[in-house]
Write a protein that binds this ligand. Structure first.
Ligand SMILES: NC(=O)C1=CN([C@@H]2O[C@H](COP(=O)(O)OP(=O)(O)OC[C@H]3O[C@@H](n4cnc5c(N)ncnc54)[C@H](OP(=O)(O)O)[C@@H]3O)[C@@H](O)[C@H]2O)C=CC1
Ligand SMILES: N[C@@H](CC(=O)OP(=O)(O)O)C(=O)O
Length: 347
């Protein structure tokens, strides 16, 4: 990173991801000249401290982006659709956490450890008005690719079968609060409050809450498929076959995923472990003797994604199949950290 300090705006600054943005920007000493915190009218006037200085949250309006170099959006797709083009028009580069622009032509969809070159290829740089939305992938996609991409580079993934165990954080701060409240209510023998999900969440699990499509897949599952193809630049021609099942579990902030991989070329367990050990942003917890593998709590509040259960798929007679398990902090690498790493590619 150069030391060019930027005027930064955070859209959705009061939310779970917005608050994590502040934490990550601070920890990574991102070069900030001026900082603007934006949210809805409901939060205007609230204060937050950053690096010992108090900032007042402002209402997001079309005039919010004057003199802003970098806008980090995490206030949902409809806000991004309306305000990201306005921010770009005002001269800012937008890193958007929502799904609004992920599959749009010409918008790079980036995991910095996987396809950092996509930013440059799109001609996006600070101070280049009019060209400037970069999309942050879906959190389940990011966490999956952190584990799978190092293996894809060695042996080429032909097909993958993924099941997720997704945390409350993926549904926002209110869902996290509801999980906590319901847990207390169940333990105290009280009826549970169900404001966010139509199910009891504490001590339960359910199919992911995103829209169900006519083919029986929900939107989260389809995002993992289509976003992976875009990130791996498999938009035309040969595509990795991917099928996914996404489930919401009563965990606070780290997603877990069980992944079965079929490869084009042979890859042994040892080769897979070596590739994962050498991968940026990946840590292994893979101790068979101690039966010690990653848990969501291992990954919570951490930058790295944790991989374990690395094993040859015994349903095959060759060395072209592997199973593994990954845990990653949904708010951090799945959202704020990945977005800040994208922004670091610009400075
Ligand atoms: N890349 C990824 O995988 C992830 C992406 N996300 C994206 O980030 C978004 C926010 O997630 P999260 O932080 O968990 O959600 P929260 O519900 O915790 O926070 C929502 C934020 O959006 C703000 N907001 C809501 N409505 C408006 C509005 N009309 N104008 C301005 N600001 C508004 C809220 O402000 P207020 O306090 O005023 O209501 C709040 O700051 C998600 O909707 C999703 O698009 C989230 C998680 C992972
Ligand atoms: N993937 C998040 C939800 C989310 O914010 O997804 P997206 O960024 O694709 O809208 C979850 O755990 O539910």
């Amino acid at each position: 990173m150069s030391s060019q300090a930027l005027n930064v705006a955070i859209v959705g600054a009061t939310g779970a991801v917005g608050q994590e943005f502040l934490q990550v920007l601070d920890e990574r000493q991102f070069p900030i000249a001026e900082l603007k915190l934006l949210a809805s009218a409901r939060s205007a006037g609230k204060t937050t401290t950053f690096k010992g200085k108090t900032y007042t949250v402002e209402e997001l309006t079309k005039d919010s982006f004057k003199n802003v170099d970098l806008a980090l959006f995490s206030a949902g797709g409809s806000i991004s659709k309306k305000f990201a083009p306005i921010a770009v028009e005002s001269g800012a580069v937008v890193v958007d956490n929502s799904s609004a622009f992920r599959m749009a032509d010409g918008i790079p969809l980036v995991v910095p450890e996987v396809n950092p070159e996509a930013v440059k290829e799109a001609g996006i740089k600070i101070g280049n008005p009019g060209v400037g939305i970069i999309a942050n992938p879906n959190c389940s996609t990011i966490i999956m690719l952190m584990a799978v991409n190092p293996l894809h580079k060695v042996a080429g993934v032909k097909r993958m079968v993924v099941s997720t165990y997704q945390a409350a954080s993926g549904a926002g701060a209110a869902a996290m609060a509801e999980l906590e409240q319901q847990s207390r209510e169940v333990l105290e023998g009280k009826p549970v409050t169900m404001d966010i999900f139509p199910f009891q969440y504490a001590f339960n699990l359910f199919s992911h809450n995103s829209d169900m499509k006519p083919n029986g897949y929900n939107q989260e599952e389809l995002k993992m498929v289509h976003e992976t193809h875009k990130i791996w630049n498999q938009v035309n021609g040969d595509q990795t076959a991917i099928t996914t099942t996404c489930v919401r579990v009563p965990v606070m902030r780290a997603h877990a995923e069980s992944i079965n991989l079929e490869f084009e070329k042979s890859i042994t367990e040892e080769e897979a472990i070596a590739a994962l050990e050498g991968a940026a942003g990946v840590s292994l917890i893979n101790d068979r003797e101690a039966n010690r593998f990653p848990t969501p709590l291992d990954a919570s509040f951490k930058d790295d994604c944790y991989v374990g259960r690395v094993r040859r798929d015994i349903s095959r007679s060759d060395n072209k199949g592997l199973d593994l398990f990954v845990c990653g902090d949904q708010i951090r690498k799945g959202a704020a950290l990945n977005a800040v790493q994208i922004a670091e590619l610009l400075v």
